[in-house]
Write a protein that binds this ligand. Structure first.
Ligand SMILES: *[C@@H]1O[C@H](CO)[C@@H](O)[C@H](O)[C@H]1NC(C)=O
Ligand SMILES: *[C@@H]1O[C@H](CO)[C@@H](O)[C@H](O)[C@H]1NC(C)=O
Length: 412
């Protein structure tokens, strides 16, 4: 349980500065005041005026930060401080203080004291004044690795602290220890923060190691070759985590790809398919994500066609044509003969039994999946020779007719 919200939190530099002129004098108790947002600040000074006057001669006294038309503006009349400033006196008339409650960052300014007598023209401002610096939270946890398993957390203030400051440590909202440092084990995802006694509302931001990062693909995990794809690694950690992307490799260690939270493919290729993971790391620990599988879809490449037997063959033999291609998802295959509308066969393998002269002509194999289709042409030629004999020759084109291959055989 937190003690109730504390009041005064002001950290002082004990420097006395005396502004003086012909017996007029303002003595600020400190020149720099650091305060945590929301706390109450008290600034004070003592002043003296030339001999021969007493407090009854003092007509007005006030604190100010701004001037309007060359005249200082009394803080109690400044709307930005409305309801938050109060003046007061210590035992004697000559010590005057200013209290600002619920200080805001915008209250950071130089505060000066001014006083004047009832005689026109007799006035004095203590300058330079007191600089107030209001910080969001005065406290910060710093992390230092102590050894491979332990981390040392220390509490620091951006305000100058008095020696009597007492620090408390919270682990996930629970008060666990008093003291300026704390040992915690590396890799912990617990949240640690420190507080100053009396200032429970203004603890440090919590520090914690990364949770297991999550990975996502954008625009979606369904992707086509050429798409622009972004993988994003994200986690929650303080201090902010740094990220590293890896791609799993079948035969070696994962390959390091990037040290950014985003892994961007401007035009994704089939070779980018695979399993990816990222790690998130800060001073408190490191966590690795699950794998995300990237499956890049693409239409069939131009098929390659082979003929068997590839050696010499005779009329009446059977011929087997085989078509294959690379596609994702896998392609199906259809065989056509030139000038015919309906397919001769479907499937990767097309067998012509009892090969005769009528079978000569162009055949093509078409490979198709939901991404597209592609074909290759194969020419089978029967050429008759002299009487009682002919040549059977097979020519197939694969993409490029210059790669024509001819098989020929003197027949009967
Ligand atoms: C081949 O695949 C395409 C696309 O997936 C489909 O439309 C077609 O019916 C399939 N053809 C055969 C013969 O399976
Ligand atoms: C074979 O592919 C070519 C080029 O991709 C195309 O122009 C042709 O129409 C296709 N042939 C058949 C029969 O699909």
């Amino acid at each position: 349980m937190s003690p109730s919200a504390g009041g005064l939190v002001v950290f002082l530099l004990s420097v006395q500065v005396i502004q003086s002129q012909d017996g007029w004098r303002v003595n600020y108790r400190q020149t720099d005041v650091c305060a945590v947002k929301g706390s109450t600040v008290k600034i004070s000074c003592t002043y003296t005026h030339p001999p021969g006057k007493d407090h009854l001669d003092i007509k007005d006294r006030f604190w100010f930060t701004k001037e309007k038309d060359g005249e200082p503006v009394d803080l109690t009349t400044d709307s930005e401080y409305s309801g938050r400033v109060m003046y007061g006196y210590y035992r004697n008339w000559k010590s005057f203080y200013l209290t600002i409650t619920d200080v805001r960052e915008s209250d950071s300014a130089e505060y000066k004291f001014r006083f004047m007598t009832n005689k026109p023209g007799e006035k004095y401002t203590g300058s330079p004044g007191v600089t107030l610096n209001v910080t969001d939270s005065g406290l910060q946890v710093q992390v230092r690795r102590s050894d491979s398993t332990w981390l040392e957390l220390t509490c620091h203030s951006s305000c100058v602290l008095s020696d009597r400051a007492e620090y408390y440590w919270y682990k996930n909202e629970e008060n666990i220890k008093r003291g300026s440092s704390l040992l915690v084990s590396s890799g912990s995802t617990d949240r640690y923060s420190c507080y100053l006694g009396g200032s429970w509302n203004n603890g440090s931001p919590a520090v914690y190691g990364p949770q297991r990062p999550s990975v996502s693909a954008s625009p979606s995990a369904e992707m086509l070759e050429g798409d622009s794809v972004t993988l994003t690694c994200s986690t929650d950690a303080n201090p902010a985590a740094s990220y590293t992307w890896y791609k799993a490799h079948r035969t070696s260690d994962p390959r390091l790809l990037s040290k950014e939270p985003h892994l961007v493919f401007s035009s994704i290729q089939s070779s980018d398919s695979g399993r990816y993971s990222c790690t998130a790391e800060n001073q408190l620990g490191r966590k690795t994500s699950d794998f995300i599988s990237i499956d890049v879809k693409y239409g069939p490449r131009r098929p390659s066609v082979s003929v068997s037997p590839s050696a010499e063959m005779l009329e009446g033999d059977s011929v087997t044509l085989t078509c294959s291609t690379d596609a994702n998802p896998a392609a199906n295959y259809t065989w056509y003969k030139e000038h015919e509308d309906s397919p001769r066969a479907s499937g990767q393998i097309f067998t012509i039994t009892d090969f005769t002269a009528e079978h000569s002509g162009n055949y093509y194999c078409e490979a198709q999946n939901e991404m597209g289709r592609s074909n290759s042409t194969l020419r089978l030629i029967t050429s008759s020779g002299k009487s009682h004999s002919f040549f059977c020759s097979l020519t197939h084109y694969i993409n490029n007719p210059t790669k024509e291959v001819t098989h020929s055989k003197r027949g009967f």
